[in-house]
Design a protein around this ligand. Structure first.
Ligand code: UD1
Length: 313
């Protein structure tokens, strides 16, 4: 039921943020902060009249204060994503993902916001010897992006211990679904697979395609963001936001071809620098403490996503 609480979503015009915004408008007032660098106002099209939209860059600390003032919860999703992008062009991602995160946390602490939910990344784990990846493992970041996202976690935890701001960090595991932008070489692999499948062209697979990911449907992630904002006894902590599954790129591309009844052998290319080999979340802590309950199977998620791209493209 809607109430008077104000929710701020940084990166709210992005793929994950815009899904979360749709959940939050049922619960209260929503203000979006986005610089539209990788997000698009079109992602908010049919909800645009129900939210406040602020075209603000999180590197601009002073501009954050008036928007964050009076917020109950800040969902901090704004970031420059992509492992290879952070390697090719590290300065903007460093500034947005580290300095920008600091600015958001500081504005939230100054405004006495009740809680900040921070979008951390599974990339922080790097190549662990053991799967699934558990929150207690020592992080071994392999790319600037992984370092940046890990630093944001540390800052979130320190803002809790030093300034009393409630924070919860969620390590997202390869999120996919409707509205993921497939137009950049840095786009998430499943959005690129969808684009190629619909165009009946071959995707590129970096390496042997046997690397695996815990692909997580965007609605399940949005759901967990909400739960993380409400759960008791979790302030200052970090949780995996994954599905607990593991699929190789070869498996996913085979599945997609079967769904469409086509045969499109991928172009194989050299492995990407900074790439993690295998990724699979231990979901036990998130289930126990946050009530995490991912509902969308990979088949169902791919079907829904493909349906969306078919209409959108
Ligand atoms: C990483 C993080 C994820 C984070 C995301 C943000 C890990 C395990 N995951 O995703 O938590 O949210 O960054 O950007 O570190 N690939 C191809 N062909 C393509 C594109 C990609 O084969 O055209 C491959 C990549 O080499 C990689 C896999 O697909 O092995 C996934 O790549 P991508 O979708 O970019 O995400 P990650 O880098 O895994």
């Amino acid at each position: 039921m809607a109430n008077d609480a104000k929710y701020v979503v940084t990166g709210g015009a992005g793929f994950i943020g815009s899904t979360l915004v749709r959940r939050l408008i049922e619960r209260g007032k929503v203000a979006v902060i986005d610089n539209l660098l990788t997000g698009h106002e079109a992602n908010l099209k049919e909800v645009r009249g129900q939210i406040e939209f602020h075209r603000v860059d999180i590197r601009d600390a002073a501009a954050l204060d008036p928007v964050i003032q009076g917020a109950d919860t800040v969902f901090h999703l704004a970031a420059i994503p992509s492992v290879p992008r952070s390697i090719d062009d590290p300065v903007p991602s460093h500034e947005v993902n580290i300095d920008g995160t600091f600015n958001v946390l500081r504005a939230a602490a100054n405004a006495r916001v009740r809680r900040v939910v921070y979008a951390a990344s599974s990339s922080a784990y790097g190549d662990t010897e053991v799967l699934p990846k558990t929150e207690t493992m020592t992080p071994i970041p392999k790319s600037p992006y992984a370092v940046q996202k890990l630093l944001g976690e540390y800052y979130a935890s320190v803002f809790h211990s030093c300034y009393g701001l409630e924070t919860v960090a969620l390590r997202f595991f390869n999120v996919y679904g409707p509205r993921q932008d497939p137009t950049s070489p840095y786009s998430g692999v499943l959005s690129l697979f969808m684009k190629h499948l619909i165009a009946r062209t071959s995707p590129t697979i970096f390496g042997d395609g046997e690397q695996s990911r815990d692909f997580t449907y965007v609605e399940d992630v949005a759901d967990l963001c909400w739960k993380a904002s409400q759960a008791d006894g979790v302030a200052g902590k970090m949780y995996n936001a994954g599905n607990g599954n593991e699929y190789t790129l070869n498996q996913i591309w085979r599945l997609l071809q079967q769904m469409e009844g086509v045969s499109l052998p991928p172009n194989m290319a050299l492995p990407r620098a900074g790439d993690v080999r295998h990724s699979k979340a231990d979901t036990a802590a998130a289930i126990r403490d946050l009530g995490h309950s991912p509902r969308i199977t990979i088949e169902e998620g791919l079907r829904r996503t493909l349906e969306w791209y078919r209409l959108a493209m």
